[in-house]
Design a protein around this ligand. Structure first.
Ligand SMILES: Cc1ncc(COP(=O)(O)O)c(C=O)c1O
Length: 427
């Protein structure tokens, strides 16, 4: 009998099944190379990328200034450990973050680490040290990471199942979710209630909030919620930590999504796209807060790796450029018009929402079936797409902000076809 020959992608996928732990969920895509807004598999099939490695490619795959900066750094040195020897790329990233910081206060300082979760952990450590208080308030639909503390702070059972006991002193309250009927007033009332029933506000170190909740469903906070939360924090001496791991570094147009709101947080946490594809994350805030931790209290072997920092300096320079922001906003308008058009033709879509080019479609049914089928149908048609949301029923768009209009429109067309096809198959 003739043997069916395996494709190169199938060979890699088979080895993955054999050697990689099952808990890391398995995508269909196998990657051989990537450029701009395109990813190519080992069999030469090219995909349009609306996933960006989950929001890590705001400047696009192999963004030229990033690749050049990495090459230059690789030829000098790869690792030092910032606690062994000071190197300039780390300091340069902190300088740029200080210049761009949306936080309160004149003098801004940063800590660099390896991942978003590690940065959130460190923001909590800093907030506890600065206030001398233990408690942390987080929100429904939040995603803050997969470490013990950040998993506890995360609001989706699949990320926590089987992993307890969880970290102490984490309190959760409702976040605004207008499409599902939760308003700013409801969310503020819920915090006030939390402060009466569960935790003394005088023992809360910080609240941690994503301005656009990412994994939770691309839910932008209503314009009045961050300022009202800020007011509440100020009333009780609580620090406001702005988690911009997914929404930051240009994703919504300005460098930080919180710039869309009339408020200033105390600490901003960045990650994902900041490294241009290399692992880097940061905590930034006014010096009197960040410096509450004594020398030796913060750090890590690889945190602020020189090559990742060289890449990040190039990314931050790019996303701070007014032309880059203008183009992102233009892209946001194009994508939103496209999604509104799709929503007017596809009855299963309940809401188009987002900020600037950080956009998503929520399907009416609170079930993952149709969104999962649409992601699958998009893959078959050459589009990489991700779902999200507590019900898994949101399709989110995370293309590189450097994508061309033609590619963006082609992606939208595939998205619509995929949704229509998936809907006919799942009905
Ligand atoms: C808002 C937010 N915070 C924190 C994290 C955790 O980042 P990392 O996966 O780099 O640990 C994520 C990851 O998706 C995120 O979206």
């Amino acid at each position: 009998m003739a043997q069916v020959e395996q494709s190169a992608s199938e060979r890699v996928a088979e080895a993955r099944d054999r050697y990689v732990a099952r808990g890391v969920s398995t995508p269909r895509l196998v990657v051989a190379s990537a450029e701009g807004a395109h990813v190519t598999d080992p069999d030469g099939r090219t995909f349009l990328d609306f996933a960006g490695g989950i929001a890590c490619q705001n400047t696009g795959h192999r963004f030229e200034p990033v690749v050049a900066a990495i090459h230059e750094q690789v030829d000098r040195y790869l690792h030092q450990c910032f606690m062994v020897g000071t190197y300039e790329p780390y300091v340069e990233v902190c300088r740029r973050l200080a210049e761009l910081s949306p936080c309160r206060g004149a003098a801004q300082k940063s800590l660099l680490v390896n991942s978003g979760a590690e940065a959130i952990e460190n923001a909590v450590k800093i907030a506890r040290a600065a206030t001398g208080r233990p408690a942390v308030v987080v929100f429904e639909n939040a995603f803050h990471g997969r470490t013990l503390l950040t998993m506890t702070m995360t609001s989706k059972v699949v990320y926590r199942r089987g992993f307890g006991p969880f970290a102490p002193e984490v309190y959760r309250t409702a976040a605004p979710y207008p499409y599902r009927g939760i308003t700013t007033d409801d969310a503020i009332d819920a915090i006030e209630r939390l402060f009466k029933t569960e935790v003394d506000p005088e023992s809360v170190a910080c609240v941690v909030l994503e301005p656009v909740q990412g994994e939770g469903g691309f839910i932008p906070m209503p314009p009045d919620f961050p300022p009202r939360l800020r007011e509440l924090c100020d009333r009780h001496g609580i620090l406001y930590v702005d988690d911009e791991v997914q929404s930051g570094v240009g994703r919504t147009g300005p460098v930080w999504a919180i710039e869309h709101y009339a408020t200033e947080p105390d600490l901003v946490v960045s990650g994902k796209s900041i490294g241009g594809g290399l692992p880097l994350a940061a905590v930034t805030g006014r010096a009197e807060v960040t410096d509450a931790v004594a020398p030796g209290g913060l750090g890590g072997t690889f945190g602020g790796n020189p090559v990742a920092c060289a890449a990040a300096a190039a990314v931050l320079a790019a996303v701070a450029e007014p032309d880059f922001q203008r183009r992102s906003e233009e892209l946001g308008r194009l994508l939103r018009a496209g999604l509104d058009g799709i929503a007017s033709r596809v009855p299963e879509i309940g809401e188009v929402r987002g900020l600037g080019p950080m956009l998503a479609l929520e399907l009416t049914k609170p079930s993952p079936t149709l969104a999962a089928a649409a992601v699958e149908a998009a893959f078959e048609r050459g589009l990489l797409l991700l779902s999200c949301g507590i019900y898994g029923n949101v399709l989110r768009l995370l293309p590189p902000l450097t994508i061309s209009d033609e590619d963006a429109e082609a992606g939208l067309a595939i998205l619509e076809e995929s949704l229509v096809d998936a809907s006919s198959r799942t009905n």
